[in-house]
Design a protein around this ligand. Sequence first.
Ligand code: RVP
Length: 505
Amino acid sequence: MATYFDEPSRTFNEYLLVPGHTPANCVPAAVSLKTPLVKFRKGKEECPLSLNIPMVSAIMAAVSDDRMAVALATEGGLSFIYGNQTIEDQAAMVARVKDHKAGFVTSDANIAPTFTLEDVVAMREKFGHSTMPVTDDGTAHGKLLGIVTDRDYRLSRMSLDEKVANFMTPREKLIVAPADTSLKTANDIIWDHKLNSLPIVDEEDHLVALVFRKDYDSHKSNPNELLDSDKRYLVGAGINSRDYAERVPALVEAGADVLCIDSSEGFSDWQKITIDWVREHYGDSVKVGAGNVVDRDGFRFLAEAGADFVKIGIGGGSICITRETKGIGRGQATATIEVAKARDEYFEETGIYVPICSDGGIVYDHHISLALAMGADFVMLGRYFARFDESPSAKVMVNGTYMKEYWGEGSARARNWQRYDLGGKKKALTFEEGVDSYVPYAGSLKDNVGVTLLKVKSTMCNCGALSIPEFQEKARLTLVSSTSIVEGGAHDVLLKDKTPYASNT
Ligand code: RVP
C-alpha cells in the first residue's frame, strides 16, 4: 500500500514568525548574515566556503551569467552560472567573473553640473564618500564632466547655492584611463600622479568606474564583498549528470569556486555517479552541491553520496509546472522543515554539517526569513534576481510597464533536457515542465538586495537573533488560518495606490 503523509505539505505563506524578546543590543546593523555554503565539521573547523549573505542566484539562463555573478558577489552572495550552454561558453563566463576587476568601483554618489554645494554635502552625508564624479546626467555611467572632492570646496567660504559646475575639477584637468586598463596599471597611474582616484572611461568618455588609491575605499562601499584569497569574486557553476567528465575540468580550470548538480529531481543514482566522479578525480578539493530533494530520505542519500550542500525544492519555482505536469513535488515550507531536521540528525550522527539551500518559491522578502528560520542555511532565487538590471534577459515594455523576460529551464524556450534527464539515450526535452513569462522590472540588484536584507535583519531582531544559527534556535513559527492571512494584508480600507506595497513582485 502507498505511504500517506499525515500532514498536508505547506508553503511559506502559511507560516508566520511569533516575535520573541529583543535585547537592546539586537539592532539590524549588528546582525551577521554569514552562513556556510559547503559541508564542514562544525565545532571542530571553520567552514571552508561561506556566504556573507544567505542568497544565491538560480542556475538559469534568464538569471545567472557573469554580470549577475559580479553584482551578487559584490553584495556578498553567489551566482551559479547556468549550465544549459556549451562548456566553452560557460567556462568563459566563469573566467570573466574571476578576471573581474574587484578594485573597479561603480560610483553610487554621482552628481550633475547643475547640482549645488548643498546637494554635494547631502550626498556626502548619505553615502559617506568624499569623491563624486560629475556626469552630464548625474548617473554612474553618464558622460564624465568633472569630479568633486572635498578639496574643491570650503564650506566656510562658499554659498550652499553655488553650482557644481563652478567648483568641480573639470574634465580637461582630470587624468583618466581607458576601459581596458588593468587594476595594476590603474594603481601605477594613481601612484605616479599622486591621485586619490582614477576615473575609467569608455571611448565616448562615459564613466565606467572609479579606481581608488586605497583598497579599503572600495571595500568600504561594499563591506560584504565575497572574495577569494586573491581578492577575486567567488562564483559557482551548474553541472549536469551527463557531460560532467568534460564540463567539470573546464569549469575548474576557469576558476569556479563551487559546482552544483542542476536537476529538477535529485534523489537519483545519476547524482551519486556524478559526485563519485568528482571525488575520484578531485578528492574534496572541488566542492559540489546536489539536489533537488524534498524529504529526509532524499537528503540522506545525497549527504551520504558526499554532496557538499543539498538543495531543496520540487515544483515550487514561480515558472515551474512540474507539479501539474508530473504530479510530483512538495510544499516548500514542509520540505525545508523536514530536510533541516534530517540535516541536524546527520550532524548529530557524523559531526558533519551539510548546509541546505531552499530553492524556489520565494515570493515575498519575508519568505527568506521564514526559510532561514525553518533551518535553511541559504536560499536560491530565480524570479527575484531576474527582475534586475543585471540579469541577462531582455527588458521589454509591456502595456506601458517595463518587464524583464523570465523563463524556466524546463520550458520549450530553454530546452534544458539534462535538468530533467532520467537516463537512457534520449537527448531532448519531450514535454515542458516550465513556462516562459515576464516579471516586473525592478532596477538595480544592489538597491533591492539592500532593502530585502534590511527586512530579514529586522525580522531577526524581532526574534532576538543576531546571527542565522541563533535565529534558527530562537525562531517560533505558527501556522496561519486562511482568514488570518487576509487580516495580515491591508484590509477594509480603500487603497489609494493599487501597486502591491509589501511584496517584491
Ligand atoms: P523562483 O525563484 O520561484 O523563480 O524559482 C527558481 C527555481 O525554479 C530554480 O532555482 C529551479 O530550481 C526551478 N526551476 C527552474 N526552471 C524550472 C522549470 O522550468 N520548471 N524550475
